[in-house]
Design a protein. Structure first.
Length: 147
């Protein structure tokens, strides 16, 4: 993945599609580990029998796990010389074990202030084209490189 910090600010443009990040398929073990790490022990995320008893097909991933994937994506775009701020996400379709999540983004607005370039990003996490599990936004404050 090419970090946005390696792209001179002058080469960024509105509607520019940024390189995607595809995560490996979500696993049941990952859901159990995330439940333990986050303290969200709702059996909807770890117990198929429970999930089926409430009308689901089986367990689903924590929405915050998907937000974590988008957070990783934004941080990788930012690299080491940009600062991420105003990161948010709205949950969409459910993620199930076996779903591979692809995070992508586009530049929505560019401004310059105080020697810094500010890139407003639109973010998408999907398990298949058009099947969004999350959408969001983030701001990157980028170092402006003189060409």
């Amino acid at each position: 993945m090419k970090a946005i910090t390696t792209i001179p600010f002058s080469e960024l443009h509105v509607e520019m599609q940024l390189p995607p990040l595809t995560k490996p398929p979500v696993t049941r073990e990952q859901l159990v580990q995330y439940a333990q790490a986050s303290g969200d022990l709702n059996p909807l995320h770890t117990d198929d029998a429970f999930a089926k008893s409430i009308g689901m097909d089986g367990v689903i991933a924590h929405g915050m796990l998907i937000m974590g994937f988008l957070g990783q994506y934004v941080q990788e775009l930012a690299g080491t010389e940009s600062v991420v701020s105003n990161f948010n996400m709205r949950f969409g379709a459910m993620t199930k074990p076996g779903d591979a999540i692809t995070c992508s983004g586009a530049v929505k607005q560019l401004t310059e202030t105080d020697g810094q370039g500010i890139a407003e990003l639109e973010l998408i996490a999907e398990k298949a084209p058009g099947e969004r599990v999350g959408t969001g936004t983030a701001t990157l404050t980028c170092k402006i490189e003189n060409d």
